[in-house]
Design a protein. Structure first.
Ligand SMILES: Cc1cc2nc3c(=O)[nH]c(=O)nc-3n(C[C@H](O)[C@H](O)[C@H](O)COP(=O)(O)OP(=O)(O)OC[C@H]3O[C@@H](n4cnc5c(N)ncnc54)[C@H](O)[C@@H]3O)c2cc1C
Length: 380
C-alpha cells in the first residue's frame, strides 16, 4: 500500500501506537476507546478532509481511504467511529449552514467529533426513507425521531440527523439537521455489539428537540440529495476501507501464526508442514489485494468523474464487506484453536468484519441496486 502524504503520515505515526495498545482492551471491555479517540483528536486527523482555510489537511478520498484502512488494521471500532465522523464532517462542509465555518474549525482542531444519525426503527436499514416527521413552530423546527443505531451515540459532539421533511409528501422527502450533544430531548441507549464493541453504536431517541434555522444542513426536503451526493460516496469508500483493513489484519495475523508456530514432532512450522494452510493464506492475500485494487479504482473514477462511477461506488462496499467475511473466516480456520480461544486478534477481526455487510446500504441492497443499474432499471 502506498503511504499517505508526509504531514498525514506524521499524524498517523502518533495515533497508530495508541490504537495498537488499546484495541484488544477496547473490544474485551466493550468500552468507548477514550485514549484512541483522544489521540485522533490531538493528531489533527479529524480535519483530514476539511479545507486548509479552516485548519484541515485538504486531503481527498485517496488519503482518506489509506488512513481509514490503516486505522482499521489496528482497531475496527476506532475506524468505524472515524468513518462516521468524516461522513458527518463532509455533510457539514457541503451544507449552507452559517454555523459551518466555526464547526469545521472545531473539527480540524480536534474539539468536535461528528457522526450520522440516519437509521430509524421504522424504516430499519432503508436509511434514505426516515419515518419521522419534523414539525415547525414560530421560531424553530421540532424533531421527534427513533434512531435505531448511531455510532458514537452519547460520545460524539455533533449528530447529523435525518428527518422526514415538514409537509413531506414521500418517504424520501427528508431534511438533515445538526443536533448538539446535550440538546434537550435526547436520550441514548446501550450498545453491546458482537463486534465493533467500542463503537457505542446504540439507539438514540430524539423527543421534542428544537433546532434553529442555522442548524438545517440541507434545504427543506433536500436531504435525499445530500445522502446521494455526499454521504453515499464517502461512506461507501470509507466503509470499504474499514473492511479491507480488518481483512488485512486477519490475513497478516494468520500468516504470522502459520510461519512462527511449530509442530515439534515434525520439526516444521505450520506453513512448512501444511500445503492446505498455505493455499488458504494465498487466497486470503489475493482477496484482500483485489478488494483494495477495486477500491483504489473506484477512488480514481470518482476523481475523474467516470461515467460508470456509480456502479463502482456501490460495488466497492459490497466487495470489501464480502471479502472481509470470507477472509476472516479463512483466518479462523487457518489458525485453528489458537484463534478460537482468543489468543490471537483474528477472532476480534472475525467479529468486527460482520458489521459492514449489514450496515446500510446492506450488501443485499447493494446487490439489488447493482442488478437494477446493469439492467437499466431506476434504483429507487
Ligand atoms: C455496528 C453498527 C454501526 C452502525 N452505525 C450507524 C450509524 O452511525 N448511523 C446510522 O444511521 N446507522 C448505523 N447503523 C445501522 C445500519 O446502517 C443499518 O441500518 C442496520 O444495521 C440495519 O439493521 P436492521 O436490523 O434494521 O436491518 P433490516 O432492515 O431489518 O434488514 C434485515 C435483512 O434484510 C435485508 N434487506 C433489507 N432490505 C432489503 C432489500 N430491499 N433487498 C434485499 N434485502 C434487504 C438486509 O440486507 C438484512 O439482511 C449501524 C449498524 C451497526 C451494526
Amino acid at each position: 500500500m502506498s503511504q499517505p502524504r508526509n504531514a498525514v503520515q506524521e499524524m498517523t505515526n502518533k495515533v497508530f501506537p495508541v490504537l495498537e495498545q488499546c484495541a484488544g482492551a477496547t473490544d474485551a471491555a466493550g468500552a468507548w476507546p477514550t485514549r484512541s479517540i483522544q489521540a485522533l483528536r490531538d493528531s489533527g486527523l479529524l480535519g483530514l478532509t476539511l479545507p486548509k482555510e479552516v485548519g484541515g489537511q485538504g486531503a481527498g478520498m485517496a488519503d482518506f481511504v489509506k488512513v481509514t484502512e490503516k486505522i482499521a488494521l489496528r482497531c475496527g471500532s476506532t475506524a468505524m467511529i472515524y468513518l462516521m465522523h468524516v461522513c458527518g464532517a463532509q455533510v457539514i462542509a457541503a451544507s449552507p449552514s452559517p454555523k459551518k465555518s466555526d464547526l469545521m474549525k472545531q473539527m480540524a482542531a480536534g474539539k468536535a467529533l461528528a457522526t450520522l444519525a440516519f437509521s430509524e426503527s421504522g424504516s430499519r436499514s432503508h436509511f434514505w426513507a426516515p419515518v419521522s416527521k419534523a414539525a415547525r413552530n414560530s421560531t424553530s423546527t421540532v424533531l421527534n425521531c427513533e434512531k435505531s443505531f448511531v455510532t458514537s451515540a452519547g460520545q460524539a459532539d455533533y449528530y447529523v440527523v435525518s428527518s422526514g421533511a415538514i409537509n413531506g409528501k414521500s418517504p424520501v422527502h427528508s431534511t438533515l439537521y445538526l443536533v448538539e450533544k446535550g440538546a434537550p430531548g435526547i436520550t441514548y441507549g446501550n450498545w453491546n455489539g458482537m463486534g465493533l464493541r467500542g463503537n457505542a453504536s446504540g439507539p438514540m431517541t430524539i423527543a421534542g428537540c428544537h433546532v434553529d434555522d442555522a442548524s438545517r444542513l440541507t434545504a427543506e426536503g433536500e436531504g435525499f440529495k445530500a445522502l446521494m451526493d455526499t454521504v453515499l460516496p464517502w461512506f461507501q469508500i470509507g466503509n470499504a476501507a474499514v473492511s479491507i483493513g480488518i481483512a488485512d489484519a486477519a490475513a497478516t495475523a494468520a500468516a504470522t501464526h502459520a510461519a512462527n508456530t511449530h509442530f515439534e514432532h515434525l520439526g516444521q512450522s505450520i506453513a512448512e508442514s501444511l500445503p492446505g494452510v498455505r493455499a488458504r493464506l494465498a487466497r486470503m492475500r489475493i482477496a484482500v489485494d483485489s478488494a483494495r485494487a477495486y477500491l483504489n479504482q473506484t477512488v480514481d473514477k470518482i476523481s475523474s468523474g467516470a461515467p460508470d462511477v456509480m456502479l463502482f461506488v456501490l460495488g466497492s462496499k459490497a466487495l470489501a464487506a464480502e471479502t472481509a467475511l470470507n477472509v476472516t473466516d479463512e483466518a479462523m480456520r487457518a489458525c485453528g484453536g489458537a484463534a478460537f480461544n482468543r489468543s490471537l486478534s483474528v477472532e476480534r477481526n472475525f467479529r468486527d468484519a460482520r458489521a459492514a455487510s449489514i450496515m446500510a446500504p446492506t450488501t443485499d441492497v447493494l446487490y439489488d441496486f447493482i442488478g437494477k443499474a446493469v439492467t437499466g432499471l431506476p434504483l429507487f
